[in-house]
Every structure is written in structure tokens, then in C-alpha cells.
Design a protein around this ligand. Structure first.
Ligand code: HEM
Length: 450
């Protein structure tokens, strides 16, 4: 075949190929799969009226609507298409098979202030190489078993301080903030935590540490998370690599850890204490176990935690919030690119098909699985999230929170507050459900028993 013959064949092949691909696309479009079912939506406001009129918190409204429309439903929140997942089976289907496509976070304008969206492990797209790098670093440099062991004395010391003061409530959440701030910077942060300009505060710590390191290049006495990050930066500089771990990145990473770690942990502690107050038998059993395993009036070490069955942290999460990075087919329905995907963790944790007597506080329901499996195969229990976005602080949370709770129970009697008002049981909506008003209890030191 001559040159022109070959060229002609090539053109025909290209045209046929294009026609075939175009034909397949058209066929797929016609085969159109539908969005999940959901209530009729109004122009502009979508289904916001369904949520507002119910008078409930968003997670409870979603739960009620799911009874009518099923475990995967579509709502329009304003103009935004929102897919709400309310069962462990659909969550499993979504995150076992489509995790990457569903692992981006919902973009919010507020995140663009100080470019937090560009540096945050929480808000960078799941496929971003910077995010992968940061997540790996958090696993290996702050939440690895060795690192956590190394920082254990520090956390124990903070709990001792708490027990010493014990003005419970305010102090408990302050202690948790200080545990994280000591892990990162080796200083207490709580007095300034209320300041909204946390990034600026972190900057001050970083500059101060850099100065100390300049004065003495050999001594790295704190060896906390900040030192680890500055060491990484030094390595990058030495190798002449592009410096990823610059001061800006360090500030944003610290902000992520503070925001994620502090509220969630203090919420758990408050809810467990409240539940124990409401369930005196369970409180009695927990205290008896602590006295037997550790000895009355002693602090609980993190290594004791694995031997205790009565003090599991109940999950205070409400919703996991994700955004579909591409079109996805889920349980036979269409989840369009750009839609927000909400997983109602609250509803899954209260599903009567999974949990017997789901609203009762029964730590004994976990006795068969002392080491609660919060990991990926167990979609019935996902307070720490799932897949690529799963809580990176989990290994710390499941050691530090029970140690703190156990120490409080083992050092004090907590007289039953007879007038727990209905308001005390109310939730304040957020991705982590806090109490609507702080729990105030009066501890009685054990050695003051008559
Ligand atoms: C009982 C306490 C805690 C609960 C219930 C909790 C829950 C969660 C949840 C639900 C997520 C989102 C997961 C998802 O979207 O799939 C998350 C993410 C995260 N948590 Fe936690 N958390 C707790 C403690 C902590 C602590 C102590 C830290 C650190 C000190 C921490 C750091 C983080 C970070 C950095 C992320 C973002 C992970 C990512 O996007 O890759 N958390 N957590």
C-alpha cells in the first residue's frame, strides 16, 4: 500500500474509533441511572424547609427523612445536591468500592482565609500528593505506637494536674487541649485557645523554637512534634529538595490537629460522665473494675486501658461530610460529581437492626470485643470515620481518653446529681456533637470518705 493508501486507512480508523466512543457515551447517557429518592424540592431553597420545619437538629431530621426515603436519599440543600447515607450497608458499599471518589471534603469559603485549604490535611483533595505526604507523616511521626509511648509521661503528668485541681468540667476540656499542645509544642495552650488567631499563636511558638535551635544546634531537649517537623525541614533543606515543611505548612498542620483533637475528646468525656451519672449501676461496675485492676485512688496508665471493659468511649460524631470528586454509581443510583455526601454516623450508631436497645448506654455490649474495632471492616461503628479520611488521631484518642476518664473515676466519687435537667441531655449540633451546655459536677475525693 502506498503512502496515500496508508494515510486514508489511518483517517478511516480514527473516524470509526471516534464514532464508536461517541456512540458508547450517548448510549450510557440514555441508560441514565437516577438520583436516589428524596422529598420534592422547592426552587432556591431546595429541601431546607424539610429540615427547618421539623425543628430537629440536622442529623435527626436526616434520620427521620431516611425512614421515609430510605438509607440513601437525595436532598437539595439550597442549590447543592446532597446525598445522605443512613445505613452501614450503604456506607460500606460507598467506602469499600468508591472511597477515592468520595474522599474529598466539602469546600467552604472560610477555609480559603489564610489559604488553609491549600495546606490542610483535612481539606486538601484526597488525591493531592501534599495530603498523602502529610497523612503519612502524621501516622509515622506523631501517632505511631513508638511516638505515643514516648509522649505518655507527658499526658500522664497533665492528668495528674487535672486530678490535683479537680475542678471538673472546664478543667477536663482544658486538660485535653493541654495534652495536645504539649504533644506538639511542649507548652500549655489553653489560656489562649479562645483566641481565634491560632495560626498567629502557632507562628510565635515556631519562631521561638527556631531561635532556641539556632542557639543550640546539638540539644533537642523537647523532641516533640514541632521538633520532628523542624527536623524534617532541615533534612529537606540539606538535601536541596523543595521545602514542603515550611513554617506556613507547620502552622496549618498544627491547626488541623488542634481543631480535630480537642473538641472531639472533651465531648466524649462529657457524654460518658453524663451517661455514668444517669446509670449508677454502670458507674459502680466501672469503679469496682478500676479498683480491682489498678487499685483504688490510683491514676490509670495508658497500658491499663486494654484491661478495662467498662469505660469505652461512646462516639459523639454526627455526620461525615464528603464531596464526590467524580460521578459515582452507588447501590444502583447516580451520585453526581460535586454533590455533597453526608454519612449519618449518628443514625448508624442507633440503628435498631444492628444494636439491641440502641439508645441505652451499655458498655457491656462491647465486652466481646474489648479492643473495639473502629477500622474499615466494621461499618456499624464508624465514629472515627472511614477510608482515606479516617481519623488519624484514633490511636491517641483510644489510649488517652479512657486513661483520663478512668483516673477521674478512680480518684473521686461522683455523687448523683438528682436534678439532671432535660437541657443537660441536649446536643449542640456540630460534626462532633458537644453538649448544649457544659456538664458541671462536684467530685468528692475518695480519701475524704467518712
Ligand atoms: C474520640 C475522639 C475523636 C473522634 C470521635 C474523632 C472523629 C473524627 C472524625 C469523624 C473524623 C473525620 C473522618 C472522616 O471524614 O471519615 C476525624 C478526622 C480527623 N481527626 Fe479525629 N476524632 C477524635 C480524636 C482525634 C484526636 C485526639 C486527634 C489528634 C490529636 C484527631 C485528629 C484528626 C485529624 C487530623 C483528622 C483529619 C483526617 C483526614 O482528613 O485525613 N482526632 N476525626
Amino acid at each position: 500500500m502506498d503512502y496515500y493508501g496508508l494515510l486514508g486507512c489511518g483517517v478511516v480508523v480514527v473516524i470509526l474509533g471516534w464514532t464508536l466512543i461517541h456512540g458508547i457515551r450517548c448510549y450510557n447517557n440514555k441508560k441514565k441511572i437516577l438520583l436516589p429518592p428524596g422529598p420534592f424540592s422547592l426552587p432556591f431553597i431546595g429541601n431546607l424547609h424539610n429540615l427547618i420545619l421539623s425543628g430537629d437538629q440536622p442529623h435527626t431530621s436526616f434520620w427521620r427523612l431516611a425512614h421515609k426515603y430510605g438509607p440513601i436519599m437525595t436532598l437539595k440543600l439550597g442549590h447543592k445536591t446532597t446525598i445522605v447515607i443512613s445505613s452501614s450497608l450503604v456506607a460500606k458499599e460507598a467506602f469499600k468500592n468508591q472511597d477515592l471518589a468520595l474522599s474529598s471534603k466539602i469546600d467552604k469559603d472560610a477555609l480559603h482565609a489564610h489559604d488553609h485549604n491549600q495546606f490542610s490535611v483535612i481539606f486538601l483533595p484526597a488525591s493531592s500528593s501534599r495530603r498523602k505526604y502529610l497523612r503519612k507523616l502524621l501516622h509515622s511521626s506523631i501517632f505511631s505506637p513508638n511516638r505515643l509511648d514516648a509522649g505518655q509521661h507527658l499526658r500522664a503528668w497533665k492528668i495528674e494536674e487535672l486530678i490535683a485541681y479537680c475542678r471538673y468540667g472546664q478543667v477536663a476540656s482544658d486538660t485535653l487541649v493541654n495534652i495536645w499542645s504539649n504533644t506538639i509544642f511542649s507548652v500549655d495552650l489553653v489560656d489562649i485557645y479562645a483566641d481565634p488567631k491560632l495560626l498567629r499563636i502557632f507562628r510565635g511558638f515556631i519562631d521561638q523554637r527556631l531561635e532556641q535551635r539556632n542557639i543550640s544546634t546539638t540539644v533537642r531537649s523537647t523532641n516533640d512534634f514541632l521538633d520532628v517537623l523542624l527536623n524534617i525541614r532541615e533534612e529537606e533543606e540539606k538535601k536541596g529538595d523543595a521545602v514542603l515543611m515550611d513554617t506556613n505548612q507547620i502552622q496549618h498542620l498544627c491547626l488541623d490537629i488542634f481543631v480535630s483533637g480537642s473538641d472531639s475528646s472533651s465531648a466524649v468525656l462529657e457524654w460518658v460522665m453524663l451517661e455514668l451519672m444517669k446509670n449508677p449501676e454502670t458507674m459502680k461496675r466501672a469503679k469496682a473494675e478500676l479498683a480491682e485492676v489498678v487499685g483504688e485512688n490510683k491514676m490509670i496508665e495508658e497500658e491499663d486501658v486494654g484491661h478495662l471493659t467498662n469505660t469505652p468511649p461512646p462516639p459523639p460524631s454526627s455526620l461525615l461530610t464528603r464531596e464526590a470528586e467524580q460521578d459515582v454509581e452507588l447501590c444502583g443510583y447516580f451520585v453526581p460529581k460535586g454533590s455533597q455526601v453526608l454519612v449519618n454516623v449518628w443514625a448508624i450508631g442507633r440503628d435498631p437492626d444492628i444494636w439491641e436497645d440502641p439508645l441505652a448506654f451499655k458498655p457491656e455490649r462491647f465486652w466481646d470485643s474489648i479492643n473495639l474495632d473502629f477500622h474499615d471492616n466494621n461499618f456499624e461503628l464508624i465514629p472515627f470515620g472511614v477510608g482515606r479520611r479516617m481519623c488519624v488521631g484514633l490511636p491517641l484518642a483510644i489510649r488517652a481518653i479512657p486513661a483520663m476518664l478512668g483516673s477521674l473515676l478512680n480518684s473521686f466519687d461522683w455523687p448523683l446529681e438528682e436534678n439532671i435537667a432535660p437541657k443537660d441531655l441536649e446536643e449542640k449540633f456540630g460534626l462532633i456533637l458537644a453538649k448544649s451546655r457544659p456538664l458541671q459536677l462536684v467530685p468528692i475525693p475518695l480519701n475524704s470518705r467518712t
